[in-house]
Design a protein around this ligand. Sequence first.
Ligand SMILES: NC(=O)c1ccc[n+]([C@@H]2O[C@H](COP(=O)([O-])OP(=O)(O)OC[C@H]3O[C@@H](n4cnc5c(N)ncnc54)[C@H](OP(=O)(O)O)[C@@H]3O)[C@@H](O)[C@H]2O)c1
Length: 387
Amino acid sequence: MLRAGSEKSRRFWMDGRQTLPWDCFLLARDTLAIGFSNRLNCIGQPLSLLHDKQVLSTYPLKDEPMMKALIRDRYGPPDVLEVRDIERPKPKEREVLVRVHAASINDWDWQMLQRPMVPLGFNTPRVRILGSDIAGRVAAVGSGVQRFTVGDEVYGDLSRFGSGGWGGFAEYVCAPEVALVRKPSRMTFEEAAALPQAGQLAVQGLFAAGPLRSGQKILINGAGGGVGTIAIQLAKSQDVEVTGVDSAVKFEMMRAIGFDHLIDYKKENFARNGRRYDLILDTKTTRSPFAYTRSLSPGGTYATVGGDLSRLFQFVIFGWCIRQTTSKTVRLVMLKQNQDLPYLNERFEAGQLIPVIDGPYKLSEAREAFRHFGAGTHNGKVVITME
Ligand SMILES: NC(=O)c1ccc[n+]([C@@H]2O[C@H](COP(=O)([O-])OP(=O)(O)OC[C@H]3O[C@@H](n4cnc5c(N)ncnc54)[C@H](OP(=O)(O)O)[C@@H]3O)[C@@H](O)[C@H]2O)c1
């Protein structure tokens, strides 16, 4: 796998198609969400471990009712993560127990590893087992589950679901059935684990202004990471010209997956090179809204899925003015979970999407995988397998 790198900054996200007060509310909610989610949960296990509803049927499980999980008791660098044996969870109503085969690291996991910016007076993390994007096989179903049976191969994003969420870096996790979709049989568990958050941010960012049109010029900023490596493949199923901005060390991989033009952000500021784009999809948001607007063609759209918090606030403040006073649109995209997994399945089945996987790492190598992600040296998605 190709590697590249620089220190990853703290990044946040928010939604932007709505009115200014709503934008502000969403920003405040999600900024605080990291604080709250890190602090208000339970005591060393995902919340689903605390529930013990009837298990209706079982997939051959290991004999012992224990599992390996990547646990942390405190905030800090990846060194705080430890693989430990803990009790296996049991699915409650409308939940399934998934034997996790692979899970991927998201920016959100990285942020939650560290002490939240908003101090709320709690010293231990709420979420003890990180990991939201998982792929595996249904091992047991709780009462009321209708869409899945034991043995089904599934994947999804558990991050904001139900009272617990997370818990994916473990051999087993309980998930509400609504958090999961069936995995195409040709898709590997590693590929499936790479898709949920990054794939859907790619879809929701790329199509923020509606379907792509033939001949459009698109720029993806932060193009060599999870979102960019999926977005380029979805875009290139149309007749569009795509420029990718990232560090040069990722260019070989980026060329291989279809980028027409490449810009090394360490050498060139794309917002000052005079070129115009119909759509800019940004995962980094390191510039002011006005700099990005300058790089848009008339009628063009800028969509950010995340980046520097202070910059994102500027989009909340100035985004509305830009929309009112120019023909251009700026949008802050809030992830809609698991809405677009069926679409990603279709693109995969049509041979138009192959997730770029960095690794996979074993659970015992999880600290190294997190360090690699945190350094920004990864290509595509960093995947950890539980085998
Ligand atoms: N909207 C939501 O609801 C929501 C939900 C979850 C996550 N998010 C956000 O969505 C984003 C996910 O992006 P991702 O998974 O693709 O991240 P990623 O895998 O970390 O990729 C980001 C890429 O940007 C590159 N990069 C770093 N600095 C750059 C710069 N100044 N200019 C251009 N490229 C630069 C990085 O390369 P190097 O560092 O190696 O140079 C890396 O290849 C994150 O910002 C996350 O916080 C949003």
